[in-house]
Design a protein around this ligand. Structure first.
Ligand SMILES: NC(=O)c1ccc[n+]([C@@H]2O[C@H](COP(=O)([O-])OP(=O)(O)OC[C@H]3O[C@@H](n4cnc5c(N)ncnc54)[C@H](O)[C@@H]3O)[C@@H](O)[C@H]2O)c1
Ligand SMILES: O=c1ccn([C@@H]2O[C@H](COP(=O)(O)OP(=O)(O)O[C@H]3O[C@H](CO)[C@@H](O)[C@H](O)[C@H]3O)[C@@H](O)[C@H]2O)c(=O)[nH]1
Length: 437
């Protein structure tokens, strides 16, 4: 099939390359010329394991092209909308300008029977509004909403072998046509038995925001337990292991620490609260306000712990932060707990050096006031405190004795509960973690 993918960021670039891998002819469109140049040259404009190989492979077949000109999307049968829906400045609500612009820009190039497929995460009600707009601007084109559940760091695998497909489609013949088109696009993964659910627009939109809200709630639940563990001397990791053995609960997403960040969970729970308010259902989601508050408290908590381990003040202290990305295997620093805590420490008078294997360039753009050092050993030199905030493998595998030889004071805070407390203490470190004694 001929496909277009509008918006080639973390979602769209992986989607475009993966669809070409499935055998489709794909054109990826983005307004960012630098990003398109990189992609067109076969290079990934961000770090995502497996994406460079996929880009090279798909481009060698001639089935994957990139452009900044929406006119190049003309001729495609199915158009995927993958543009950003960030949090609006100073508000909780999602900024839908990019989605609106993408759909409006696409309309003149659509032919009757073309399918426009929204993949961006949007507030419930957006698809119905866009379908009305398309009915006027591009009669005969059909809108579907097909939310995406990929995780950064696993994006290629999640796209090619998802847990499920969710199709939000209109009633009647238009819906049948949209389902048939999406089934053809995803024929290969569907043939392996991947479940596929066909629902209305509102349900499809809500499946996505509900899933992210559930994941955020699970993380904040365990972080709330970590607060109680900190007050009582219990061990949150042992607690998570024990409750996670109950199949009804499950161990995944019960890792306590500095909390969740990224371009999805924080903004999605906020946009969901804002939308529920507009719908008069805000009471239903007041718990998400608490989920957000618990999460933000963890960032302040790690700053407080660093202050304590440094003797009560950060003034004049050298602090090394291990990790800048919001999670390992990603260079994404959007709403990164690590950088947020680092900036708070710097404001309290510390000289903060941040290291990360992939995210330093992005981090510099967001927090130019911090010091960045790509080589872990150099970043550790003469530190008064080391704070692990993104659990990259190389930080999990640090040798406590060798690390002790680099620093001024052997103080470490494990903000992701991934180090072995006994090994670090034996090597002479004052070791503290979040929710573990
Ligand atoms: N990142 C993820 O892991 C992930 C997973 C599932 C869903 N989502 C959702 O997918 C959407 C995109 O997220 P992302 O992380 O890829 O964002 P991103 O910021 O990395 O990418 C968005 C891209 O859209 C481009 N763009 C903006 N307006 C455009 C227009 N009018 N025409 C063409 N391109 C345009 C931008 O230049 C940018 O490259 C969001 O709604 C997000 O919530 C993201
Ligand atoms: O037990 C855990 C698990 C995760 N995290 C943190 O939670 C954040 C989000 O992690 P993850 O969900 O793995 O990353 P994303 O790539 O943001 O993926 C989420 O957001 C995407 C965009 O909507 C969805 O598609 C995915 O399904 C959803 O998992 C990160 O900061 C993690 O460090 C924890 O603190 N504890």
């Amino acid at each position: 099939m001929r496909l277009s993918v509008i918006g080639c960021g973390y979602l769209g670039a992986v989607h475009a390359a993966s669809m070409a891998k499935l055998g489709h002819d794909v054109v990826g469109i983005d307004v960012d010329q630098a990003k398109v140049n990189e992609l067109a040259a076969g290079r990934a404009p961000f770090f995502e394991p497996g994406l460079p190989e996929l880009l090279a492979e798909s481009q060698a077949t001639g089935r994957l092209k990139f452009s900044t000109d929406l006119a190049d999307a003309a001729g495609a049968d199915v158009h995927f909308v993958c543009v950003g829906t960030p949090q609006r400045k100073g508000e909780y609500a999602a900024d839908l300008r990019f989605v609106d612009a993408a759909v409006a820009g696409l309309a003149p190039y659509l032919k009757p029977g073309n399918i426009v497929v929204g993949k961006s995460t949007v507030p419930v009600g957006t698809a119905a509004r866009l379908a009305d707009q398309l009915a006027e601007d591009a009669p005969g084109a059909v809108l579907a909403w097909n939310p995406e559940f990929l995780r950064e760091g696993h994006a290629v695998q999640d796209t090619l072998s998802p847990d499920r497909f969710v199709y939000g489609v209109p009633d009647g013949a238009a819906g049948t046509a949209a389902v048939a088109a999406l089934d053809e696009v995803y024929a290969a993964p569907l043939s392996t038995g991947t479940p596929r659910l066909t629902v209305d627009y509102a349900t499809a939109e809500l499946v996505k925001t509900a899933a992210n809200s559930f994941l955020a709630t699970k993380i904040s639940f365990i972080n709330a337990m970590a607060e109680v563990c900190e007050a009582s001397g219990a061990d949150v990791s042992a607690l998570a292991d024990a409750i996670g053995m109950d199949d009804r609960i499950g161990r995944k997403f019960l890792n306590a620490g500095v909390g969740f960040g990224g371009g999805c969970l924080p903004k999605d729970i906020r946009a969901f609260m804002a939308r529920a308010g507009e719908l008069g259902a805000d009471q239903a989601l007041t718990f998400l306000r608490e989920v957000d508050a618990i999460n933000m408290r963890r960032r302040s908590k790690v700053v407080e712990m660093t202050r304590e381990i440094c003797g009560g003040s950060l003034m004049g202290k050298r602090v090394t932060i291990l990790g800048a990305a919001f999670k390992p295997e990603s260079d994404d620093v959007r709403d990164s707990p690590a950088l947020s805590a680092a900036a708070q420490m710097q404001l309290q008078g510390a000289t903060v050096t941040v290291t990360d294997p992939e995210a330093l360039q992005n981090a510099k753009g967001r927090f130019p006031e911090l010091t960045y050092e790509p080589v872990t050993e150099n970043a550790l030199l003469n530190a008064h405190a080391v704070v692990l905030l993104t659990e990259w493998k190389e930080y999990r595998n640090l040798d406590p004795a060798a690390t002790a030889a680099l620093v001024t004071d052997t103080n470490i805070i494990d903000g992701r509960n991934v180090l072995d407390p006994a090994a670090w203490r034996t090597a002479g470190w004052t070791y503290r973690s979040m929710g573990r004694p």
